[in-house]
Design a protein around this ligand. Structure first.
Ligand code: UDP
Length: 316
């Protein structure tokens, strides 16, 4: 049986990744401090298959809790919602720097493959669209989002250096906006906010003029990309965007949510948070070419499944 370590495996994307790994025959060691995740997301797995280790991966790792061999380390641990990473700003900086170093060191020690979950925030407020991996970004290094953006960029730099200096078999994925079941309803991101508000018959809180754009990838597509990146050879040092290239304005997204909910769209305007990126759309040419991947789940299908989860009809 193959062995995987998933930091942040009790979180939204992490727990779906654990499901996939288990279905592919892996035993998984999940390291999580539950800052934004929950063991409830892994309740479907017995302890013999999914080993739950309560740990802050920014602190030195207790190797005694890990198995004798590890095939792959996935480093996903980090707050990812702007509301959460503002609240946990220093913790976010540490998990993406010190935590990344600990995860890389573990992969090096076990001669395991390594996968870094990075972010489209590496591009900041981009001046080119769509964003290819070759774009260096346009990031405020000291703004309210920098605890996330700059620490993820540092994590990328550190990972790239472990490939160059130590020959680690590491790859970097830049996740664009992802959504689906197991997002926390109160995490402040646009998907849970709008879905929760629509279900309660409340106006949707649109920040700014709603003309800023995002691209929303359903979680099963996201996890399929992570899986492919993990099992594909010759990707050491590669950086790959993972996201849905269908770009839409937040206002248009609000319309889509209202339509699925079957309610007329009413909007409650709110101020735009500082440094909120004006646009975001992945160029997924590399994902198509290197992973043979592209998203399969359209917005309507994905939103329906997300609504079902938030209605409590679909706990997993
Ligand atoms: N947003 C919004 N209403 C909300 C929450 C977010 O209009 O209730 C906007 C936010 O300003 C941003 C976009 O939706 O432009 C996506 O925000 P989110 O927090 O989901 O993630 P981000 O892409 O900013 O990391």
């Amino acid at each position: 049986m193959k062995h995987a370590v998933v930091t942040g495996g009790a979180g939204f994307i992490g727990s779906h990744l654990v499901d996939r790994l288990v279905s592919e025959g892996f035993a998984v060691w999940v390291l999580d401090n539950l800052a934004t995740g929950s063991w409830d997301n892994l309740a479907q797995h017995p302890d013999q298959t999914v080993h739950r280790i309560f740990a802050d991966v920014s602190e030195p790792w207790n190797m005694d809790a890990l198995p004798g061999s590890i095939d792959v380390v996935f480093h996903l641990a980090s707050p990812a919602s702007p509301v959460h990473y503002r609240r946990l700003a220093v913790e976010t900086l540490m998990v993406n720097s010190q935590g990344t170093k600990h995860a890389l060191d573990a992969a090096r020690r076990y001669q395991a493959r390594f996968l870094l979950a990075s972010t489209s925030e590496s591009y900041g407020d981009p001046t080119v669209s769509p964003q290819p991996e070759s774009y260096w970004g346009h990031v405020n290094p000291v703004g309210p989002r920098s605890c996330y953006d700059e620490s993820k960029r540092f994590g990328e730099a550190l990972t790239a250096e472990y490939v160059r200096s130590y020959g680690l078999d590491a790859r970097i994925l830049r996740f664009f906006n992802c959504y689906g079941p197991r997002m926390q309803s109160e995490d402040g991101r646009v998907v849970p906010n709008f879905v929760r508000q629509a279900l309660a018959g409340q106006p949707l809180t649109v920040y700014g003029d709603g003309h800023q754009t995002r691209s929303f990838c359903y979680v099963s597509d996201e996890v399929d990309a992570i899986w492919r990146a993990a099992v594909t050879d010759n990707l050491a040092g590669e950086i790959i965007n993972i996201g849905n290239p269908e770009e839409r304005t937040i206002l248009n997204f609000a319309e889509a949510v209202a339509a699925i909910a079957g309610i007329p769209l009413t909007v409650e305007p709110r101020p735009l948070p500082p440094d909120d990126p004006t646009n975001r759309c992945p160029d997924i040419t590399k994902a198509r070419t290197l992973l043979g991947w592209e998203p399969q789940v359209g917005l309507e299908e994905g939103l329906k499944a997300t609504f079902a989860y938030f209605r409590g009809q679909s706990p997993n």
